[in-house]
Design a protein around this ligand. Structure first.
Ligand SMILES: *Cc1c(COP(=O)(O)O)cnc(C)c1O
Length: 467
């Protein structure tokens, strides 16, 4: 067969008339399909001009167009299967919400709500009113406020209480959480000056004491969410820091990161510090995320002393960082679940998934392995035990015993190429499947696969390029 040349590339309009492409247009719209055809043809042209063989994927088939459309989306965030083994996965949207929160969120999306309206008094209210009483009740704090996320919470606190002032932070706590959250940068943009105290591995009360000047705005303690300092180490605990802060009449702020509103040990998980503990230790304000271990929507929660929370609410930045009605609707329902902690293991997805027992997940892996093996003749599929992580900077060293599928290319051919074709095909499924590649194998941790029917149903659509 003659290899294709530039002249063989059909006109875009001709491709659009193809019946298979018409089906795609019905689903994705003409604009998106036209863009995908252009992209496909551009790739083909580049390949032909540089003398390379035409890439198999640019063969002008509707199948390749569908793959491009699926990957490029343009339809907003799409549901995927999180089989990465990281339960609270920032790139995959962190916590899944419980049913009452989803319902409440949908109601708030559809109808006008009493967001900033006091129904009892018949006059203007405050948007935080929907969650402050719950937050205070659950944490024992005097007051609470909510912003867009925990990074915003920290910015609001720093900008309100330490603008153009100094904030001493231990060198062992100058954290980076994911690419764009670096504590020194957040501090600079919040308008305060970082004053590093202590060393990377050891910081003493004396270091803080010497770091406090007439310029100090507050003391900040940051939870080491995603790393540990081991060996010859020392840090100052919250109680000591709180006493020092009081002595110098500056507030102590604790950034807990994830934070947990219940003792996780009751679900067989290791303990994570709680806002209640920090407040009990004398912290004046505590900040934490809504969508990490709390299991709610993206939000930054600040609890603590009333006089300080009032100052936060009076800062014009609060308006810029405030949350919308959808977040508040969902958050209120999640917090309500915490008032009946015995319901959490069944009804709050984050806790339910983290609490799933290994034998249960292993049974599921044993069930699914043959189904997947039947679709993947070039691979060996094995049900195996593995270890999940909690994720999002909670309990970085903790591994939770789990189980899943280990998929390895069988001998022959290029294993990396085979593995790439497999992961591409899984990502091109109607509901993409995201796993983890490690040691030239694909690992699908089934901890978060609570509803396996939709996973099994779409396996028949699995098509590996070149198979
Ligand atoms: C995760 C984390 C943050 C950032 O929280 P977001 O809700 O992602 O903005 C800040 N500080 C600590 C210690 C964290 O673990």
């Amino acid at each position: 067969m003659r290899s294709p040349s530039l002249r063989d590339i059909p006109a875009v309009e001709a491709v659009l008339r193809d019946p298979a492409v018409q089906t795609l247009i019905a689903e994705w719209g003409r604009l998106a399909v036209r863009a995908a055809i252009r992209e496909q043809q551009d790739e083909l042209r580049t390949a032909l001009r540089s003398g390379h063989a035409a890439p198999a994927s640019a063969a002008g088939t509707a199948r390749d167009l569908r793959r491009r459309l699926l990957l490029e989306g343009g339809r907003g965030p799409r549901p995927v299967f999180n089989l990465t083994g990281t339960v609270i996965h920032t790139n995959l949207g962190r916590a899944s919400l419980p049913q009452p929160a989803i319902q409440s969120l949908a109601n708030a999306a559809r109808d006008p709500v009493d967001l900033e309206y006091d129904l009892a008094a018949g006059r203007r209210g405050h948007r935080d009113q929907h969650v402050t009483a719950l937050l205070c009740g659950l944490t024992g704090a005097e007051a609470a406020t909510v912003v867009n996320n925990n990074a915003a919470a920290l910015m609001l606190v720093l900008n309100t209480l330490a603008l153009e002032r100094e904030v001493p932070v231990s060198r062992g706590e100058l954290i980076e959480i994911g690419g764009s959250f670096r504590l020194p940068d957040i501090m600079a943009r919040s308008g305060c000056r970082l004053r590093e105290v202590g060393t990377t591995n050891r910081t003493h009360l004396d270091d803080y004491d010497q770091g406090i000047t007439a310029q100090t705005g507050l003391l900040l303690k940051v939870h080491r969410s995603n790393y540990v300092v081991e060996g010859f180490t020392a840090e100052v605990d919250e109680r000591q820091l709180a006493a020092l802060a009081r002595q110098h009449a500056v507030p102590l702020v604790v950034d807990l990161g994830s934070g947990a509103l219940v003792d996780l040990e009751r679900f067989g998980l290791p303990a994570e510090p709680t806002p209640m503990q920090s407040l009990g230790n004398g912290a004046d304000l505590v900040t934490f995320s809504g969508d990490k271990l709390l299991g709610g929507p993206q939000a930054g929660i600040i609890v603590g002393r009333r006089s300080l929370v009032e100052r936060l609410n009076a800062n014009p930045m609060k308006r810029a960082l405030r949350v919308d009605k959808l977040t508040l609707a969902a958050l209120a329902e999640v917090l309500k679940l915490y008032t009946q902690p015995e319901r959490l293991a069944d009804e709050l997805p984050v806790i339910r998934q983290l609490a799933r027992k290994q034998p249960d997940i292993r049974d599921q892996a044993d069930r699914l392995a043959p189904l997947l093996a039947a679709r993947l003749p070039d691979f060996e599929v094995a049900a195996t035990d593995m270890a999940s992580q909690i994720g999002s900077g909670a309990l970085p060293q903790t591994q939770v015993p789990s189980a899943g599928l280990r998929i390895a290319p069988v001998d022959g051919g290029n294993p990396d190429g085979k593995l790439a074709r497999l992961t591409n095909a899984l990502r091109a499924l109607p509901r993409p499947v995201i796993g983890r590649v490690h040691q030239e194998q694909l690992w699908l941790d089934l901890r978060c696969l609570e509803d396996e029917a939709p996973f099994v149903d779409q396996l028949s659509a699995l098509e590996l390029a070149g198979q």
